[in-house]
Unconditional design. Structure first.
Length: 646
């Protein structure tokens, strides 16, 4: 028993170590920001140093060389990461391109690719928590920036005219076209080495973001901004590229132009620099993003780029469908499941490199489902729908966690180890507290992407499934043992050590947090649709129902003879292990971590059954392990009983 709990404790420790390692990249945030800024500066300004393979400004060329060497050195000094060596190699290639006086286009591509790779390996916040108040930045600009950059951003302020090099002219359309709001924010926050641009880190973060968007306006006219408002309202392709503040902050006009054309990109950016809140404010729920990504996926596949087609298909689901799922689930959960399954089938066809005609037919089927969903979403949301949606979500997500926690509490009571209940209670209470933190982070600091959500759910589900398998096997074994009172007092109490108590804390925490995480994201999406009073009433009703269910389960388990209790509990825990296995595999498939081979079959969410060959196989294997374990326990118990006969 002690060795079993020791293994479980090790699994818990390894799980939390994995989480810690996954977040270790954030430790070097200041250096990551500095390197990213150097790379962005190189991408934009290299053209002023070299043209046609010849140096046109020796001073600027030397600056480019220095910045490239500095970036390489700083990358090599970052915290250990599997991608660090590749980043350093890319930095070396960038330095070599500069030394060879390659074209500005080639150097810019290398610098931007390295900058994007850096943020993928060492993620840092790259957008404001809330839409910036751009209009309020006008006064701050005149007080802090106009002296150097000029009242109209032309780089001709009275102080700036005396500086060498001269301050950047924000009115320069060519430079502005290549510079994102994030790059401007970085320059304001960090300053620029080797120039007279100081750091304004003492200014609040919100004001720095507002300044970044404000100075972005100088390269556009009022007429372009007015035309951009119409482009934003009518051009679905533009909206599909700029789905969040993060996307807007990191996208340059040049990047957008590659996807939608020069004129729509220029107009849209002119408008969004004045009204960045437009990307999140009063957005109509629609599948525009998913449609756009699917169309691009088909185009990429037709051109022979299967890898890009697969990435776009995954993005179509994560960025275009999943944000709408919570709301659609309250109207027609079956339709939501059909869409999810159909998009999984599309990705399976891509993986098999099916004929283009078959992929196009699948895309048409998906679009038909989108139209059904659009009709539902366009109908006005009433308070009843909001109430039922809120109630359903909480009950659906809460029951699984409740079953695990109640089984643990009942088990400890049967074992007469009430002193260990505090570990279980601390686990679920800690999960709820961390849920509040998750809500705050997701709402006010950074967005939780669809991929992050699915990976979190997938890994935690599989971890919990493995742990529950071992718990179920142990419970079933004890259900075969007999002589319960003697066992409880002589063996079980001794086996439940402090180490196993901390294991119980971990299991309680994981079982509850994985459900809290998903529930919070669902409620955040529903909150944006209004009917807040009905939503809160549904939440309160759900909490009350779960409380009643918990009390009923605890009383029922208390009345069960201890042998039957362990038999029932082991069966319940084993079923939950199979369910969580299916859910974990499905979540990792949706995040793109695992391939998916879809087929026409039933989808039963409550059992974790999805029409995916990998998911079904995983559940069958888990069920087989459960069955084999139960048979082994029964055979061992029978042999023991036979040996004890006179």
């Amino acid at each position: 028993m002690a060795s079993v709990f020791r293994l479980r404790l090790c699994a818990s420790v390894l799980f939390f170590i994995a989480i810690a390692l996954a977040s270790a990249a954030h430790a070097a945030e200041p250096e990551v920001r500095r390197v990213w800024q150097l790379l962005d500066y190189l991408a934009v300004d290299y053209g002023g140093a070299v043209k046609g393979g010849s140096i046109v400004s020796a001073t600027e060329f030397e600056e480019m060389r220095e910045f490239a060497r500095t970036a390489q050195a700083k990358l090599a000094a970052l915290d250990a990461h599997p991608e660090r060596a590749a980043l350093v190699a890319e930095a070396q290639a960038l330095s070599s391109a500069i030394e060879a006086k390659k074209s500005s286009v080639e150097v810019a591509l290398l610098a931007k690719a390295l900058a994007n790779h850096l943020l993928a390996a060492y993620p840092i916040p790259s957008s404001p928590a809330v839409p910036p108040q751009v209009a309020q930045a006008a006064t701050l600009y005149q007080a802090q920036c106009a002296g150097c950059h000029g009242a109209t951003g032309n780089g001709d302020g009275p102080v700036g005219l005396k500086l060498s090099p001269r301050p950047v002219a924000f009115t320069d359309k060519d430079r502005a076209r290549e510079r994102s709001a994030f790059a401007l924010y970085q320059a304001i926050s960090q300053g620029i080495e080797g120039t007279s641009m100081p750091s304004f880190a003492s200014v609040s973060e919100a004001d720095r973001w507002a300044l970044a968007f404000f100075v972005g306006q100088f390269a556009h006219t009022d007429g372009e901004a007015a035309a951009g408002q119409k482009v934003w309202a009518e051009n679905a392709a533009v909206r599909a590229q700029l789905t969040s503040l993060d996307a807007l902050s990191r996208t340059t006009q040049a990047d957008l132009a590659k996807q939608v054309g020069d004129e729509p990109a220029a107009m849209a950016m002119a408008y969004l620099h004045t009204r960045p809140e437009a990307v999140v404010q009063n957005r109509t729920l629609s599948f525009d993003v998913a449609r756009q990504k699917l169309a691009q996926s088909l185009q990429a596949f037709a051109s022979g780029d299967t890898a890009r087609a697969t990435d776009l298909a995954l993005s179509a689901y994560l960025d275009g469908v999943e944000p709408i799922e919570p709301t659609l689930a309250t109207r027609d959960r079956a339709l939501m499941g059909r869409i999810e399954a159909a998009m999984g089938t599309y990705r399976s066809l891509l993986a098999r490199k099916a004929p283009l005609a078959q992929l196009q037919a699948q895309a048409r089927d998906i679009d038909g489902m989108f139209k059904e969903a659009d009709a539902l979403l366009d109908s006005s949301a009433d308070a009843t729908a909001a109430y039922l949606g809120s109630l359903t979500i909480l009950l659906r997500e809460g029951v699984e966690a409740l079953l695990v926690v109640v089984a643990m509490i009942a088990f400890l009571r049967k074992a007469e180890r009430g002193d260990m209940l505090r570990y279980v209670h601390a686990g679920w209470a800690g999960a709820l507290a961390l849920g509040v933190v998750t809500w705050a982070v997701a709402t006010y600091f950074v967005g939780v992407s669809g991929a992050s959500r699915e990976v979190t759910e997938g890994l935690s589900s599989l971890f919990a499934a493995v742990v529950l398998l071992s718990v179920g096997m142990w419970m079933h074994q004890k259900g075969m043992a007999g002589a319960w009172q003697r066992y409880i007092h002589d063996k079980l109490s001794a086996a439940l050590s402090r180490k196993s108590a901390w294991f119980m804390f971990g299991l309680s925490f994981i079982a509850v947090y994985r459900e809290v995480f998903e529930t919070i994201l669902f409620y955040a999406a529903l909150w944006e649709q209004g009917n807040h009073h009905a939503l809160l009433m549904g939440l309160a009703s759900g909490v009350a129902i779960l409380a009643v269910v918990a009390v009923a389960l605890l009383r029922f388990s208390a009345r069960l003879p201890i042998g039957k209790f362990f038999t029932w509990s082991s069966a319940l825990v084993a079923v939950l292990a199979v369910v969580l296995t299916g859910k974990g595999i499905a979540a990792l498939q949706e995040a793109g971590w695992l391939v998916s081979s879809s087929f026409n079959g039933p989808r039963v969410d409550v059992l974790g059954v999805h029409p995916s060959l990998q998911g079904i196989i995983a559940q069958v294997l888990m069920a087989a392990l459960v069955g084999a374990g139960f048979m082994w326990n029964a055979r061992t118990a029978a042999k023991r009983s036979a040996a004890e006969l006179p």
